[in-house]
Design a protein around this ligand. Structure first.
Ligand SMILES: Cc1cc2nc3c(=O)[nH]c(=O)nc-3n(C[C@H](O)[C@H](O)[C@H](O)COP(=O)(O)OP(=O)(O)OC[C@H]3O[C@@H](n4cnc5c(N)ncnc54)[C@H](O)[C@@H]3O)c2cc1C
Length: 575
């Protein structure tokens, strides 16, 4: 950070608002800034917009929206407050949280009225904890699909989804597409959906590098990009924040590394840091993450903690009063023949389905495997304090793989040899053989499976309550009775994959106020400096209340920051 007076400095570029990072937070801040009359430059380090957002499910958790009311799944802010109080206790009494709840619905409306960004709730998308005030649906909203062809040449500027989540050379599939594709002949609806999806993909492949029917996080980023283009907002690619520039206590601009050398940009009104959080920053991972969690991140390579570290050098504080520095997913890992390392997050396709358990190295279960991915890994980290649990193993039998798949192995896959040869999938004709293959105690594993099988008969998991919550059952198999999350495992063959903690987002970040202003350790705002998205500390303090609790706040606080910078604080509601 340099302190030469602004008037004596020769700037390469000048503008009102500089936004750093083109994910959900940065794109929203840039868009709102432009809509509110500011000259905006959006600086993106990589050659593509989207960041982690483009590879996400694109869900936003915004209680009490008009969209939910209109879709017939109404939700209320009061119920959400009850729910958050149950999860956060006295931490629920927080000015940022209050601002979030109060502004969220207005932000959805603002975007829907002024841009191409639009959300609708699916009828059912449960909160992650069975607590008073939890919603079954209406609180989590999904972005509407987008036709990529509208973007023309900018298609190439959109970060693709994770390779592991696409099929048939680049086709995106959502949860609701899966039954049609797996069982096209089960009903007329399934058949026509499958034909429609496959025909569209076949046509797309003639003219496009991947499928053009965008859903989830890719649709969200495409909608933001489309809207930014319509407002003619300048996006500078390969423009990487390296240092903030301070003058007399105010952040007035920044130095960027570009392919043509360093440039300085003067931000007359303000800067918003939105570079995606801790990501791959080895320094921040070492400082903030617990042992055993530092190996795998689900962030793109370009997220390396730049915004948080630059903010800290500018005297911003990294908030540490949180329950977890990151939100986690259990991921299995497979090196591909072309050198790509597939990291597959086990989000909801297999863990809750009947006929699967997770065990640690002692061969015992440690968590309700059907709980949220974050809670699964939290269970893994707790277990690791007393028995080696990183990695842990997901265990199932052949019929499970046939019906539901396991990680990278799609349902119905007949030839498993590629997965077994690569060391991704472990197989044993007996429990003892599988136990030996994965290095766990055979007797303990046999006992664990036997106990699980008894619970599967009664439908009651006496150890961890598998199948006892709405979330468990939602991700289970509704056709399986009495418990949609439990059925007998075995007789052989038995299979296992190893899963590691991987961060899907950081929750530790710069401390900010209700308008996204970065605060010092003395809780004073740093003039000229805002942060949003994963660069700012989680308002949920490292807990994971429900689907969309990262992108929801990322967009809402990006909106609040841009409005604040545009001088529209009177439209912000409570602070
Ligand atoms: C598989 C998966 C599914 C998920 N699903 C959901 C979901 O449905 N709902 C939800 O709420 N959360 C979800 N998350 C988490 C969520 O995606 C992220 O928390 C969120 O997208 C972060 O948004 P962001 O704008 O802060 O950062 P990002 O989207 O990561 O964007 C940051 C951008 O900043 C750029 N950048 C980095 N450094 C610099 C620099 N020095 N200069 C300029 N630019 C820079 C990066 O290249 C990147 O483009 C999911 C995560 C994963 C991995």
């Amino acid at each position: 950070m340099t302190g030469r007076p602004t008037e004596n400095r020769r700037w390469d570029v000048e503008t009102d608002l500089v936004v750093i990072g083109a994910g959900a937070a940065g794109m929203t801040a840039a868009l709102v800034g432009a809509l509110e009359g500011l000259n905006v430059i959006l600086c993106e380090k990589s050659g593509m917009v989207g960041g982690t957002t483009a590879t996400s499910a694109g869900t936003v958790w915004i209680p009490g929206s008009r969209q939910s009311e209109a879709a017939g799944v109404p939700d209320s802010i009061e119920a959400a407050k009850t729910y958050l109080a149950a999860i956060l206790g006295e931490d629920a009494d927080d000015v940022r949280l209050a601002a979030y709840l109060a502004t969220g619905p207005a932000v959805l409306d603002y975007l829907q009225q002024n841009t191409s960004v639009a959300f609708m709730p699916p009828p059912v998308h449960p909160d992650y904890h069975a607590q008073p005030g939890a919603a079954l649906g209406g609180r989590a909203l999904g972005v509407l699909p987008f036709d990529e062809r509208k973007l023309g040449e900018d298609f190439a500027r959109l970060r693709p989804p994770r390779r592991e989540f696409m099929v048939l050379g680049g086709m995106m599939i959502g949860k609701t597409d899966i039954p049609s594709l797996l069982h096209p002949f089960r009903s007329w609806v399934n058949f026509s959906n499958a034909v429609r999806l496959l025909a569209r993909q076949a046509l797309d492949r003639i003219h496009h590098p991947r499928g053009t029917r965008l859903i989830m996080g890719n649709a969200l980023v495409a909608r933001l990009l489309y809207s930014l283009k319509q407002r003619a907002v300048e996006i500078r690619y390969q423009t990487q924040l390296s240092e903030l520039i301070e003058d007399d206590g105010r952040i007035v601009g920044a130095v960027f590394t570009t392919n043509d050398g360093d440039i300085t940009i003067h931000a007359r009104r303000g800067i918003v840091l939105a570079s995606g959080g801790i990501g791959w920053s080895s320094e921040l991972r070492r400082r903030l993450f617990p042992d055993g969690t530092q190996l795998h991140s689900l962030s793109p390579d370009s997220n390396t903690g730049d915004g948080i570290l630059a903010g800290e050098r500018a005297h911003g504080e990294i908030a540490q009063d949180i329950r977890s520095p990151a939100l986690w997913m259990p991921s299995s890992v497979m090196p591909q023949e072309d050198g790509h390392l597939s990291v597959f997050p086990h989000i909801m396709l297999d863990r809750a389905k009947p006929g699967l358990i997770a065990v640690n190295r002692s061969g015992v279960r440690f968590v309700n495997e059907a709980n949220s991915y974050h809670d699964f890994v939290e269970g893994m980290l707790r277990s690791h304090q007393t028995a080696p649990s990183i990695p842990s193993f997901l265990i199932c039998d052949r019929s499970f793989i046939r019906d539901y798949g396991l990680g990278l192995v799609h349902p119905g896959t007949r030839d498993l040899s590629r997965f077994i040869k690569s060391g991704y999938l472990f197989q044993g004709e007996t429990i003892a053989m599988l136990a030996q293959a994965i290095g766990v105690d055979g007797d303990a594993l046999a006992g664990t499976i036997e106990r699980h099988n008894q619970f599967a008969e009664t439908g009651i998991d006496e150890e961890f309550g598998r199948g006892s919550s709405e979330l468990n059952r939602f991700n289970g198999d509704i056709n399986h009775k009495p418990n949609p999350c439990m059925r007998r495992i075995g007789p052989g063959s038995y299979f296992a994959v190893a899963v590691w903690p991987s961060d899907l987002a950081s929750s530790a970040g710069l401390r900010t106020d209700a308008n996204g202003r970065v605060l010092t350790s003395g809780r004073q705002p740093i003039p000229g400096l805002h942060a949003a998205g994963a660069d700012s500390a989680s308002i949920f303090r490292g807990t994971y209340p429900g689907p969309g609790t990262m992108i929801g706040p990322a967009m809402v606080f990006a909106w609040r920051a841009a409005m604040d910078i545009a001088g529209k604080s009177n439209e912000l509601g409570p602070t």
